[in-house]
Structures are given as C-alpha cells and as structure tokens.
Design a protein around this ligand. Sequence first.
Ligand SMILES: [Zn+2]
Length: 456
Amino acid sequence: MKNLINTSICFFVFTIVSFGQTIVDVINQVNIDSLTLTIREFSGEEQTIVNGNAVTILNRQQANNDLAADYLVQRFQEYNNLTVVDQPFNTNGRNIIATQLGQTSPNNIYMICAHYDSVANYCADDNASGTTAVIEIARILSEQCLDNTIVYALWDEEEIGLLGSNFYANLAQANGDNILGVLNIDMMGYDGDNDNDFDVDVRQGDTGSIGMGNDVVAILNNPAYGFNLNVNVVNPGTSASDHASFWNRGFPAVLVGESWENNDQTPFYHSSGDRFSTLDLPYYHQLTKIIMGYMVTKGGLVNFSNLVTVNSNVLTANQVGANYQWINCDNNMPIAGETNQSFTATVTGNYAVQITSGSCTETSDCIELDLLGVEDFEILENVNIYPNPATSTLNIDLPNYKTAQYKILNINGKTVLSNLMKNKTESINISSIAQGVYFIELIVDKKIATLKFIKN
Ligand SMILES: [Zn+2]
C-alpha cells in the first residue's frame, strides 16, 4: 500500500516529500504511526482485515497462528518488488518470506528476520515488536532500488525450538545461498529504566558476526543520523533466538533487541501482560531506524529518484533520462499514452509514476489531485467564463453571487492576476498577460472552482 498524500492544485506549487533517495532519507521514513498501527493490529489491540474479514489477532501460539501468518502474507503482498513465499515446514509451522531481488548483485543476500509466534495472548514485545519492524522496513525499502538482495523473513515456532529458522537455514546451507548477514530481532520495544540501551549479541570468535556488530555500532554512531541510543555489544551473545540457526550453519548473524545485558527486558516476558501499553515507543522507533540504517547501507542504495514535483495539476518525475509510466492509483492501472516525464491531470484522482532506468524500477507515492469541479459546490454552480478563448476581456458569471476571490494562474501554477469579484458578473482585463493556457480559480468560502481558458 502506498502512502496517500493529499494535495490541492488550488493554492500551492510545491514538492512532495516522498520516498527519499539518501540513506538518511530512507532511515527517516521509518514512521512511528505506521509502526504503532501495525504492532497494535498484530498484537490484538485492535481489529484489522485479513482475507476480507474483520478480525482480532489475539493469539499467535503455534497451533493457532494461521490468521497471523495470513496477515503477514497480505502485508508483504501490498508492497511492490517483493516475491512472497508462504513456506510450510510441518503441520502447523509456516515461515513467511519476502524477497527483494538486488539490481546488480542479486546473489549477495542480506536478511532481516523475526519470529512471529508467541507463548500467550498479545505478546506485543515478544515478538510483535520485531515482526512489525520487519514489515515497516519492507514497506519503505521495497520502493528503493538496491544493489543486493534483501530477504525479509518472519519465522514460526521459534518459541518451541527455533523450528522455522532451522528449517530455512538448513535449506539455505544446502542451496549454498550467499547470505552475507542475518539481522534477527527478538523483543525490541521495552526500556523500563529509560536509559536507551539496547543489545547486539554476536557470536564469540566469529569474525562475520562480530563484523556485523561493528557495522550496527557504526550506524548508531554516525552523527548524520542523530541517534541517542547506547549499545551493549554482547560477546558471547545468547543463542536463544533464531540467529543461532544461522550461526550453527556458518552464516554471519546477530541479534538486536532490548537490553537483557542490563537486566532491562520486559517484566511481562512470556505472559499476556506483554501488551502494547508497556512499550516505549520513542525507543522502539529509534531502534527500528538503526536497523533500517544497517539494512539500507548493506543493501547498497542505488542513486535514483522516485520523487515527484507537483505544479498545479502537472506532475513531474524528478528523475531525468528514464522511462516513465503514469499510473492511476485508484485502479492501479497504467494510463494509456502517459509515458512522459510530466503528466497533466484533467480529472480528480490519485496518480503515481513508475520510473525505470536500466534494471532499476521505482514507483513514486500516490499523489491525490483534487481538481475541484464547479459541480461540487452549490455556490459555484453554473459559474461561467466567456469568451473562451479570450483576447482582452474575460467575463466571469457567478449566478449564485457571493463575495468571491479569483486568481488567474499560468500553466506553471504561478498567479498572474488576482482580485475580488465585486459583482455577479465581473469583467477582467487580461490584455497584459501573455498568450497561452491559463487556469482561473474562484474561491468562495474556502471552496474552489478551477476552470481552464485560453488567452489569444
Ligand atoms: Zn521471542
């Protein structure tokens, strides 16, 4: 699902802040509201829709978590550029795996993973927190072209012996997968003493794992990112979560999460008291951003823009020299013939652009353009402008007269004339403006009608 950004063509010319293009931009797209909604849905605090039904995901115990697994499949399928695999490994066990293929080095694989099963109701910290962070990072990173492949993995049956991750790591070893780093998250939302400490658990004597720990510390300490958490690198780290399945098969892996090292893990561990309300959201948000920083750095961000500039009703992709296809977000269909860098909307709707250069394709946010038509507003009903085209005088006729403001904008959205309408019919001298296409806006009670005319 793309973010919907509301704009109005009526007043402003501005740039939409969309998916970013630098590492710090991508880090800063990690959104606390998005995290909050997902973790609340996934830990039974509020209803969500799964397979078209309104449901509450209260419990994710192993024999009872198909609803949770279906939710995860559905979430990954909402994003572009991911291949989603529902991987059963025993009667009840289902890993949910999404793969984003690298553009230049698809055989170089970095994994971000978390277990989604639980031992009781709710279990927000253990481990809806890690699961949600994986989804949030997938939401954002899936819109970026990366050199390397990212695998987003959500494991089942961690709580009864790391079964899901063991199954996967076995296959990966047999396939000879070139996994260069596995970042496992298990419990990352609790900071009871508010000291902002978190743990990175590495494997003693394992240069790959220790190197990953160093890389996470480097992200934390990069002044450009502005983090204020503190890290304990735990060596030897615990083997009590899914990263151990990868350690045991020679893959570099770490565990990132709240601080067991400082004895500051959730006191509601493995109980139905482990609920959303006990989490520290700013801490959780920052820790997710640090993990995003690691993933986007290792993924190898390709310098390619999917930003769009909005200029009145004209949308322009910032990326030059690419191939473009404009899309109607309301039906998710390409708009026939709209393959230029700019697109002029003629009707109210939601629009995005798919930008392709070489093997790299990115999609912009959906941008809502509200081309408020005269028919929308009683007061603006039957408004008429004439003649059209006009040469020296343009008349506006507003039958249901009320004090109104008019603005004449050129094709770039710049206001060239503006005044109040003092009568039901106003004659505007337009002899001073250049020939071309213009828009006239009538503004009544903050409602706006936009009409197009031509100056000859
Ligand atoms: Zn756990």
